[in-house]
Structures are given as C-alpha cells and as structure tokens.
Design a protein around this ligand. Structure first.
Ligand SMILES: NC(=O)c1ccc[n+]([C@@H]2O[C@H](COP(=O)([O-])OP(=O)(O)OC[C@H]3O[C@@H](n4cnc5c(N)ncnc54)[C@H](OP(=O)(O)O)[C@@H]3O)[C@@H](O)[C@H]2O)c1
Length: 338
C-alpha cells in the first residue's frame, strides 16, 4: 500500500512519511533539499525552531510553486540555550513568521528537558495555542512513559503524536511509551529510522533485514521503512539525494513484512545498542561487536546559522571576556596595593 495518511486522535490526517530539516540540515539552509523532496512527492515537512532553518520551507514552496495548503508542516518548541526565551505562544508566533504561515499543522514539545517549566503548565499553553488555531494539532516528542503519564494527569487535550527515535535498536527501550501511546490513541512518529545504516552498520539487525530485502527484492533501507510501518508509526526521515527519496517513497509500494520477519528484526534489535542519543541515554553495547560513536545533543552546541548568528554562543564569549577583564583589574589593584 503506498504511503498514505494516518488518522490522528483529533480527527485530522497526517501524511505517513515526512522529510526532516533537522539532523544533517540543522542550522543550514535546507531550501534546495526541501524543494527536491516536494518535487519527489513528499507532502510532509518536519522542522523545529531549534533547527534554525524554518525559513527553508516557505522558500522551497515558492521554488516549487506549491501552495502552503498542500503540505503538512510540523514544527517544535524548545527552551534552552539560545532558544525559547519568549515563551510558548510568542515562540510559536516567531516560528509562524519564519514559516510564512498563519498556523502550523502540528506543534510539538521538542523534548521534556526543553521546557524550562513543568510539563503540566507547558501543555496547558500548548492547548491554548491549539484553541486559538495557531496550531491545528499538538503533540510531544522524546516523551517517555513517565513524561506522558505526567502530562496525561492534567491534560484536557490528548497529544496527537509522540515523535520518538524508533528503529530496531531502540524498540525495546521505547516499547513502554509505545504501549501507552497506543492506549491513548497517540500516533508514534519514528525519527532516525535508518540509524542502523547511518550509524550502526554491522550489527545484529543487518542479517534479518538483508533476508527480508532479498525476499521482497527491496533494499535494506526500504525494509527498515516497512518495519516502521509495521509498528503503525509515521516515518520521519531525510536525504540529500533525489534517487534516495524515490527509494524511500517506493518502500510504500512493498508488500508488508511477514510476522516472522518482524519478529526476527525485533529480536535482533534487542541484541544491539540502545541508542537514544537525543536524550543522552546511549548505553553502549550488549552482546555485539558494533562500534558506537556517541554524539552530544547538537541542540545545545553553538554555531553560526545562515539565518542569523547564534546569540547564545556570542553572549557566552562576551561573559568570559568580562570575567577575564575583572580578574585582570583585581590582580592589578592587588599588585598596586602591595
Ligand atoms: N524530535 C527529535 O528530537 C528529532 C531528533 C532527530 C531527528 N528528528 C527528525 O527526523 C529527521 C530525520 O532524522 P535522521 O536524519 O536521523 O533520519 P534517518 O532516516 O535515520 O537518516 C537519514 C539519513 O540517512 C542517510 N541514508 C539513507 N540511506 C542511506 C544509505 N543506503 N547509506 C548511507 N546513508 C543513507 C541519508 O543520507 P543522504 O543524504 O546521503 O541520502 C540521510 O542523511 C530529521 O531531519 C528531523 O526532522 C527529530
């Protein structure tokens, strides 16, 4: 069945595969790549305030002559470092300005650590922006089972989605939150579905994926996307290459994986690395010879964006200079008084 739409608990329909402007595109102009994705057939773009390239989306719409209402746009709120100091509603207004739209299709809490407030207070503000029509649907990202339980204890609106890192190596760790989401009708969005190709090649999942790919006359990438679909999740991926975008979309035309294939991939995934890098929870390896390279959360490293300098990095440097100056003045005074 080709990639279609998944119905959310608020009745809206989200396209089943998204092109992301995070990961490799963070703090870079992603316009040509978003345009390429739209031209290839993607109608769902996943971005975030913290990626610092929301402007790429209206630019790509313009480049491809596509109208805003044909494309699902998700963006995310994060408070931390240089981001989010204006509060949820004002930060969303800023995102809308950058996205050149009056509302987003989906607004997500980027992660529970990126709130600077309680989950309950923050979610109340998310509910308010949904009520105001600034976000048509609202949801969360990187929420664990306890985070979601905390939110649900005071929520009036149930989150429409929980966007989490989901691939065979994270399944075991994510299973409790996946089960809770299923109970509340919260759709899972799977980001970084291709981690075992991009970061952990040579691990235990490779073999069952290869076998399924052989049976289906498909590529391992396509089998991984079919595996995400078997979990009922929306795919959130990306690529710089037109042929790879076609490969992703063609995965929608594959017959489903068999129960045996899914079980073999799940089981092999349990033998591999637990890789929730976005929350700093990477645990290394159990029973494998795969080599992991842990990357610290890129959200909190300061760099220069095409769309403006990273003021947080600049202010940190200024603070350091002031401290050094003060130390110098104190030392001089001490030596003079001596
Ligand atoms: N909510 C969150 O906290 C969060 C965190 C991370 C990501 N995300 C979202 O998810 C999106 C996708 O994340 P991701 O990049 O980690 O997804 P991914 O689907 O796991 O990886 C995509 C990458 O795989 C590469 N790739 C595909 N096929 C390959 C092959 N056969 N061999 C080697 N490389 C291959 C692509 O590179 P090429 O360009 O060479 O094709 C591309 O850069 C992000 O852009 C962002 O929107 C959200």
């Amino acid at each position: 069945m080709p990639f279609g739409k998944v119905t959310l608990n608020d009745g809206r329909e989200i396209p089943e595969i998204a092109f992301g402007t995070g990961s490799v595109w963070k703090r870079q102009d992603a316009t040509p790549f978003v345009a390429q994705a739209l031209q290839s057939g993607f109608v769902h773009v996943d971005t975030a305030q913290a990626y610092q390239n929301e402007e790429s989306i209206p630019a790509a719409l313009k480049e491809t002559n596509m109208s805003r209402d044909k494309v699902w746009i998700t963006t995310k709120y994060w408070k931390g470092g240089p981001y989010g100091s204006l509060g949820i509603r004002n930060e969303l207004l800023k995102s809308l300005e950058r996205l050149q739209t009056s509302s987003v299709d989906l607004y997500l809490i980027h992660g529970p650590e990126g709130l600077g407030d309680t989950i309950a207070n923050s979610w109340e503000q998310f509910e308010a922006v949904a009520q105001e029509g600034l976000a048509k649907s609202i949801g969360v990202s990187n929420f664990t089972k306890p985070d979601l339980e905390e939110l649900m204890s005071s929520a009036k609106l149930t989150p429409a989605v929980n966007q989490i890192q989901l691939n065979p190596y994270t399944l075991a760790q994510q299973q409790p939150v996946i089960d809770l989401c299923r109970k509340h009708g919260i759709v899972i969005e799977a980001y970084s579905p291709l981690r075992l190709i991009t970061r952990y090649p040579g691990g235990p999942v490779d073999e069952p994926v290869r076998k399924a790919a052989e049976r289906l006359n498909a590529t391992p990438v396509q089998v991984l996307l079919a595996w995400v679909r078997s979990k009922g999740a929306v795919v959130v991926t990306t690529s710089s290459k037109a042929e790879r975008l076609q490969e992703y979309l063609a995965a929608g035309d594959l017959p489903p994986l068999t129960n045996e294939e899914i079980a073999a991939i799940d089981e092999a995934g349990r033998q591999g690395p637990v890789a929730l890098e976005s929350r700093g929870l990477t645990k290394g390896f159990e029973n494998t010879g795969v080599i992991i390279t842990f990357q610290p959360d890129p959200l909190i490293s300061g760099r220069v964006s095409r769309f403006g300098t990273d003021s947080w990095a600049r202010s940190s440097k200024s603070l350091l200079l002031v401290v050094l100056l003060l130390v110098f003045v104190c030392l001089r005074r001490t030596s003079v008084s001596l």
